[in-house]
Design a binder for this molecule. Structure first.
Ligand SMILES: [Zn+2]
Length: 123
């Protein structure tokens, strides 16, 4: 548990502003919903994107690395990671948004802290 929080804390620090900013929008606009069977859908932000993406948690645990998304960004990161062209774990704004939605209190605090730190760049 504490390892997971540490990882999450570390990981949110590594996140690019654009990803977390988008994730925050999905989360705040309540575009994430749980549809059952460890699957969430992330609806599009009006006037910004048009597709609905599906995020699944195959391992049924809280680690962000267990979440998978069917969007192009995630899939290309995942491919690179599997081919060892990149050592960066795959993530995208959708998996981050779902993690915020599904995350426990400790995780959410880490995210909130990160958000406050960078409030200036998040419009
Ligand atoms: Zn995605």
């Amino acid at each position: 548990m504490s390892n997971d929080v540490c990882f999450w804390d570390h990981w949110t620090k590594e996140l690019k502003g654009s990803i977390i900013s988008k994730a925050k929008k999905f989360y705040k606009l309540k575009l994430v919903s749980y549809v059952g069977d460890n699957t969430w859908i992330v609806e599009p932000i009006k006037d910004y994107n048009t597709r609905t993406y599906e995020v699944t948690n195959k391992k049924d645990d809280e680690d962000i690395r267990s979440f998978e998304c069917n969007c192009q960004g995630f899939q290309s990161k995942l491919r690179k990671f599997k081919l060892r062209q990149s050592d960066e774990e795959a993530y995208c704004s959708h998996t981050v948004a779902v993690k915020m939605f599904a995350g426990n209190e400790a995780h959410n605090k880490a995210v909130e802290r990160k958000m406050k730190e960078e409030e200036g760049v998040w419009i």
